[in-house]
Write a protein that binds this ligand. Sequence first.
Ligand SMILES: [Zn+2]
Length: 461
Amino acid sequence: MMEKRGISILLLRLIMILLAPIWVALSSPCVNSAEVRNIRIWPAPDHTRVVFDISAPVQYQLITLTNPPRIVLDLQASTLSTAVKNPVFTSSPIKALRSSQRPDDKLRLVMDLQKSTAAHVFTLPPNATYGHRLVLDLDHHTSVVDLENAVPYQPQDLSLDLLDSQRDIVIAIDAGHGGEDPGAVGPKIQGRQLHEKQVVLAMAKYLRAMLTTEPGFSPVLIREGDYYVKLRKRTSKARQLKADVFISLHADAFRTTEPRGASVWTLSQQGATSEMGRWLARNENDADLIGGVSLDDKEPNLAKTLLDLSMTSSQTTSQGLATMVLQQVGKVTRLHSKNVQQAGFAVLKSPDIASILVETGFISNPTEARLLSQNSHQKKIANAIFQAIKAYFYQHPIDNTYVASVVQAQLNQKVYRVVSGDTLSNIARRYGISLKRLQQVNTLSSKSTIKVGQNLTIPAS
Ligand SMILES: [Zn+2]
């Protein structure tokens, strides 16, 4: 019995091995399986996104040529639909797009560029609005793809503000819930039921106070009192206020009392990445229903834009900032998760604003609820977020902001060591700067004297 069974398994394996090449041949896509059906272009001040709608997934190869600057995109076994119209390339580095069908069934797309530009290609799977896509991102500024230092996407109607070379970085602070919607409900503390909406509003106000006194930052509160703001309204308000960053503050609850600790979230591509994430996202998003008003979904343009821009640099900023917030918050309170989490929170769905959500702790955990109710702890959390925002933007300054000008000035300035016979006015004259400026930069008064060997900061003239 055993013997016979052994032989039959061996035979089966042999048959499978013999049939394998036939199976692979039958299952592999046939020639010209993909068709490019449409080309869409999304110019932004700092990058241009070209989206190719394709009928099926494709293998591709990107070649960058410098003289003259061109990008060549070869798509295996593909054709270009005759219905495709050449897109308008104004305000993008692309001068023209040409295509040719190669003898090896490749579709070759050649983009002539104004100047050499770093390019990045990836594919996107189908979603509710679009099918398979091949996405080409062109970075306007760098010659290498530098995602770490990418600046957030700015809508084009901000061009007037961009002329102002020292604008503030606008931070929209969103205290979750409010009014009819208490958010998570905690235990009674000193006779009063602890509500998430109070805790996060207090933190939001502390954070605003800290940012108000910090040069280069302009905080705005999405909700200032105990009232409800619809989720979509929160993001559209942030957009109206021309926010660079949207920070949503929350406190968790779970059906059991054990979980505790803070966590930081960014928008996921495919919705929640964990069971807890799904649970949280559902609860936070249900807020609109709890508030008695159903989520307003009548914004097809926003949804469409979101889908196309969901992977732009604002996502990079969100991720970088979230990481820093997590580090700082981890210094003042316990963390629920050591990594930035991702979920499909509605308030994070701003394509053009870097958005993060901070769950500041579990209100359903009695120990943590007590902490969250204390002003001193609320201040500590607000300060951690404040430090993270400052640190992030001094490391990744946004162009044309006060912060960027400070960073630039620091890069430009020199240090001069005082030698015998120097006077402040002589040094100022030598470097072509005013005496007053030299004193200011070195925090010297008009009566201060200088010593041999002393280091003076020489600002850029
Ligand atoms: Zn919440």
